[in-house]
Design a binder for this molecule. Structure first.
Ligand code: F6R
Length: 244
């Protein structure tokens, strides 16, 4: 628990910096699982600063994003491709061919095989070294909504009403907010060697308590992380305020 989200974000950035450097020394790629949304913005700003001011290189980083709305064009203002370019990729030296975000433009009948290939690509790199997560008000991780199973695969999902309401401000209203998305499944998240979930603010405090202290349940997919052997929740004081 940190006093505020900026100091918390800096500590996560430091951990990523250390991991990248260890992998560089070993001449290995560093496989990062990345999230979008408001929670990781401070982290990405700090990674950009580490690149610009301290020369941290991302040339050995391979990134896999958690999710993308479906349907979604990559150059649309609300696409997660665009979010990642604006918040991170355009400001660091990561190679564009090493940045993977689920493709929101596929015809529906191609999605199943595409999702299998997305997972196979992660496996070909030896799995995710460090997975960054935010948490939805309903406990979703990625877009694994309430009811997602622990062994769920990467797939097309229907977004919960509460998730669509949270996103509707970006889409100027609920009717134009996507109803579906492609998400990395819970299984691949749980297979990551290290998981860091970040949450800020009072509005996340109830779901943080449920995820950390209540029973593990598919109703709150973030609660599955209790069963991960190297997962950490990084919180500000407000998000941690309901923990006993
Ligand atoms: C985004 C994602 C979502 C968000 C979650 C929290 O890639 O996977 O699970 O992390 O909805 O969003 P924010 O950070 O905007 O509160």
């Amino acid at each position: 628990v940190y006093k505020d989200s900026s100091s918390a974000s800096r500590s996560v950035a430091k951990e990523i910096e250390n991991l990248i450097k260890v992998k560089q020394a070993q001449k290995q790629p560093c496989i990062l699982g990345l999230a979008t949304g408001s929670s990781p913005k401070g982290l990405y700003a700090e990674l950009v600063r580490l690149h610009k001011e301290e020369g941290l290189s991302f040339k050995n980083v391979i990134s896999f994003n958690l999710d993308e709305y479906y349907p979604m064009e990559p150059d649309s203002v609300n696409s997660y491709v665009r979010f990642m370019q604006e918040q991170l990729f355009n400001h660091i030296d990561i190679l564009p061919e090493n940045c993977f975000v689920p493709d929101g433009t596929l015809p529906k009948d191609k999605i199943r095989s595409y999702c299998d290939e997305y997972e196979a690509k992660i496996e070909a790199y030896g799995g995710i070294d460090l997975q960054i997560l935010g948490i939805g008000g309903n406990g979703h991780i990625g877009f694994n909504e309430s009811g997602s199973l622990q062994n769920s695969k990467t797939r097309l999902v229907a977004l919960d009403h509460i998730t669509r309401v949270a996103a509707s401000a970006d889409f100027s209203g609920l009717t134009s907010t996507p109803r579906t998305a492609i998400t990395l499944g819970v299984k691949k998240i749980m297979e990551a060697k290290r998981v860091i979930l970040m949450a800020w603010g009072e509005s996340k405090s109830n779901i943080i308590k449920e995820s950390v202290e209540d029973t593990v349940t598919s109703q709150v997919p973030a609660s599955y992380l209790q069963e991960h052997n190297n997962a950490m929740f990084i919180l500000d004081q407000a998000a941690a305020s309901k923990l006993t």
